[in-house]
Each structure stands twice: as structure tokens, then as C-alpha cells.
Ligand binder design. Sequence first.
Ligand code: C2E
Ligand code: MG
Ligand code: MG
Ligand code: MG
Length: 287
Amino acid sequence: HAKDRGRNNYQFYASRMNEAAGERLQMENALRQALASITPEHSPFSLHFQPQINVADGRVVGLEALARWHDPVLGQVPPDRFIRIAEDSGLMQPLGDWVFWETCRHIRRFREAGLSGLRVAVNISAQQLRHEALPMLVRGVLACYDLTPQDLELEITESTAMQNPDLTLAILNQFSDMGIVLAIDDFGTGYSSLAYLKHLPIHRLKLDRSFVKDIETDANDAAICSATVALGHNLGLELVAEGVETDIQREFLTRLGCDVLQGFFYSKPLPADQIIEYLRHFQPVTP
Ligand code: C2E
Ligand code: MG
Ligand code: MG
Ligand code: MG
């Protein structure tokens, strides 16, 4: 009977939800432990770096730092997953602080390895932007490694930028006044009003990779990319394309006028040692 079936469905979903909640809780506990286990010598977290290529001269102009977590029991946990859990369980602040320290330590290391003129982009999440002390932390970490604000870039997603407009604007203004480049990440996937974005002190838009994926076959995606590049340029912003995997995509996005390209076509995100090797052997390719 329908009523029984309804109850069975309910039990089915309830048990599935318990399973998911249990898994989530296990991961939250593991994440808490992982954060507590960080020492100067050892961390279950690490950073990978992905190059960003300037279209005009074919050179690597920057790197994006991307967090990785290896847990002894859970294995490699994808960042999309553990960042969300950190956000939901109040663990994003310590994790985000670690990312800043580790990024700046690496910028110093890259410099000592003879690599110059590289800006490193750090992703910051909604919880981090809620902390008014964030600019002070960033200033302190930069000073500690004898770096300048020009060495750093901050990425916030379009949806993060839409939360808490007043506080977001106040914090972003401080970063921008310091001279830090600001980028809107995953652009096109949120629902930001252009009227609001216009007031943010941002310098770059990162076109989400979902639009890049089928750019050569899907006329709508191509139109979105083209319109976004035009819009961004009209607002005086630099356009970065994410998720460039093929030469055809590279060519297409170059023709649309994208300024900077990032994606597996050039390189996957790599551990520091490997990115240093990559950069040492990189040959600029001009269009
Ligand atoms: P994101 O900031 O948009 O980073 C780009 C993601 O796209 C990375 O995934 C990168 O590995 C992937 N990617 C780059 N090029 C290509 C490509 O050509 N093809 C495909 N299929 N993928 C490509 P990843 O490293 O798994 O990170 C996922 C997301 O997790 C990031 O998206 C970011 O939102 C978040 N995340 C990672 N590290 C951090 C962090 O330190 N802090 C914060 N707040 N978020 C982070
Ligand atoms: Mg990003
Ligand atoms: Mg992105
Ligand atoms: Mg993303």
C-alpha cells in the first residue's frame, strides 16, 4: 500500500541520511585531528601549485595554490569536500591560516630557487572573509617572510562575494588598498548582480571551467565566454580562463581575448618541487 511504501521510502532515505551524516562526522573528526597534528616538521596538508600563463607573452605570470589533505584512514580527500566540511564546522579559520603561512613560505622558497616575478593566488572562503582580522593576519605573514602584497593574489568565489556584502566590501577594500590583486573565482556560476560586483575593488575575473569545457561544441557556452570577456574588459578587469585542457580551447579563448590561461593543457597542480622544475624548463609560447 501507498502508506507502507511511503514509510519504507522514508526509512530508506533516513538510513541513507544517517550514513551520510556518519561519514561526514567521521571526516569532520579526522579533519579536526589533522589540524591539531600540524607541527613545523610535519603536516597532513600540503599545497599544490598550478601555473597561470599570460597570453600576450606566453610566460608564466602566476601560480594558484591549492590545498591537499592526505588522511591515514580516509586517504586523499578532495579539497571541494574538506573545504566544505571545514566551512561548516568552524575549522576553516585554522586551515585557512595554515594555507596563508604555507603559501608565503613557498613564495620565499620559489624566490630562493631563483624564480622571480611570480604572484601566488590563494583561495579564501566565506568563513575567512567573516573575520575582520584577516587583513592583519595577511600583513603579518607577508612581513614574516619579507614579502610584499604584490607577491600575493586572493581569490574569492562569486557566491562568497555575494554573502555579507558590507563586511566583504570593507575587507576587500583593505586588501586592495594594501596592493593585493583580487580575483573573482568560478565566475558565471553564482548569481551576482553586476551592480554589486561593480563596487568591489576587484582586478580579475576567473571564467569558470564549466563554460570552457565544451566551448568548441556548445554555442551557448561560447557565447557566455565571449560575453563575459567583453563585460570584464569593459569593466577594466583582466580575464582568466580556468580549466583549459586542449589546444583548441586555448586557441578559442585566446581569440576571445582572454588575458591569462590556466588548466591541465599547461599543467596539473603540482607539488612545490615539481612546479620549480616545471618553471625552470618552461618555454614561453607566443600566439
Ligand atoms: P578552484 O579555486 O576553482 O580551483 C581550480 C580547480 O580546478 C582545482 O581543483 C584544479 O585542480 C582544477 N583544475 C585546474 N585546471 C583544470 C583542468 O584543466 N581541468 C579540470 N577538470 N580541472 C582543472 P582542486 O584542486 O580539486 O580544488 C577544488 C576547489 O577546492 C578549488 O576550486 C577551491 O574552490 C577549493 N580549494 C582548494 N584549495 C583551497 C584552499 O586552500 N582554500 C579554499 N578556501 N579553497 C580551496
Ligand atoms: Mg581558485
Ligand atoms: Mg575556480
Ligand atoms: Mg571551484
